[in-house]
Ligand binder design. Structure first.
Ligand code: NAD
Ligand code: 89V
Length: 351
């Protein structure tokens, strides 16, 4: 059930797994919000999270939780197969809803989830946090400052050999891997920096023989502005120094360039001007650990954005409706790769 309005927002979290600890720490750090209940189908994980975060109201079933608790919002941090059921349940109970990425397994599911929340009049945000990383926000800021004139080319790149499978074993077993799990973030960053996509082509491959899905993907996209972008991601790239989980960015404009290089170093070069260098290292919160601190900080940032949107009655940047467009590009990338890098016209069918 939905809660009566008070100054402290009452939320519940569903899914007390690997990543949920970051959500719970971030909620504890933010003012004006309290997680009053937890839900997980797994009794041990539920008990461990309840103990760690001092939350006494616990449920094995989401339905039981919605029946019993008056909530301002629910934060869904389960894996993708449960997202549609849980988002539609939140909508039925009239409870505003955050859903982790990937939002849904199919575009049809995602569209149905958006419709259920729209029809119920409840806000829906996808927890698409990479655009909220401090260095990515710094790139957006540098673009907005106008140093480089009209951008005409960009690259958003994530290349690593970090072992993500030990913390998230399900990533090794799915038919789809890097585009659905990580590429979705990198594509969302490309939309955030360069705008909507008109055409797309992609190639994928699997290098690591121990996993089922693809671990390398390269996309070329033309954006509405005319800018060409490359999005490339790999979990099969052994570097001299492992950079996980840093996303690197290159942007060329008519008057200069922006580079986000290793170690969160932003360089802005304008024709005929001095080079500007900015260190945009994310803060290391008391509960965070390197190298995850960049992602952990972005969790705090997106959750803060959610609270601000609720307070102001605004639509979150990565609302369910917005995220349909990111998901559409993921689907198109798989489609293009399956058709030998066919160029797909997204603009005509944009959601
Ligand atoms: P996990 O498998 O470790 O945890 C999921 C938990 O949800 C499990 O404890 C499971 O028992 C519980 N669960 C599943 N269905 C449920 C249901 N219907 N009712 C109650 N409990 C249920 O998964 P994880 O690694 O924590 O990932 C969760 C989500 O977070 C995934 O969608 C993943 O892609 C995403 N993720 C996001 C980021 C990011 O930076 N945004 C990082 C890592 C993971
Ligand atoms: O962000 C994510 O979804 C994670 C990781 C960064 C490891 O890919 O799964």
């Amino acid at each position: 059930m939905a809660a009566p309005q008070t100054s402290v927002r009452k939320g519940a979290l569903i899914g007390c797994g690997f990543f949920s600890t970051n959500h719970l720490h971030a909620w504890q750090q933010l003012a004006g919000v309290e997680i009053v209940a937890l839900c997980d189908a797994d009794a041990e994980r539920l008990a461990a999270a309840a103990r760690s975060f001092g939350i006494t109201r616990t449920y094995r079933s989401a339905q039981d939780m919605f029946e019993a608790q008056a909530l301002d919002f629910v934060d869904i941090a389960t894996t993708v197969s449960s997202h549609r059921t849980l988002v539609e349940m939140a909508a039925r109970y009239g409870v505003a809803c955050i859903c982790q990425k990937p939002f849904a397994d199919t575009l049809d599911d995602a569209a149905a989830m958006v419709k259920s929340c729209t029809d119920a009049g409840v806000p829906l945000m996808v927890h698409e946090n990479f655009r909220w990383q401090t260095p990515i926000q710094a790139v957006r800021h540098a673009l907005d400052e106008g140093h480089i004139g009209e951008p005409f080319w960009g690259r958003v790149s994530f290349r690593s050999a970090f072992d993500v499978f030990s913390g998230q074993p399900y990533l090794a077993t799915g038919e789809r891997f890097i585009l659905q799990d990580l590429g979705i973030h990198i594509i969302d960053i490309a939309r955030f920096l360069f705008g909507e996509v008109d055409t797309l082509s992609a190639s994928t491959r699997r290098v690591n023989p121990k996993i089922r899905g693809e671990d390398v993907a390269t996309l070329m996209m033309r954006h509405d502005s005319g800018l060409t972008s490359i999005v490339d991601c790999s979990y099969a790239t052994v570097l001299e120094r492992e950079l996980f989980p840093q996303t690197l960015v290159e942007i060329d404009g008519a008057e200069g360039t922006i580079r986000l290089d290793a170690d969160y170093m932003l360089t802005i070069q304008r024709r005929g001007a001095d080079t500007v260098r900015r260190r945009c290292e994310p803060p290391l919160h008391a509960w965070a650990q390197r190298p995850w601190h960049n992602i952990q900080d972005s969790v705090l940032n997106i959750q803060q954005h959610w609270l601000q949107c609720l307070a102001m009655g605004q639509t979150p940047q990565t609302s369910g409706a917005d995220n349909l467009r990111t998901l559409q590009l993921v689907e198109a990338a798989y489609d293009s790769a399956a058709r030998q890098q066919a160029t797909l016209d997204i603009g005509k069918e944009r959601l």
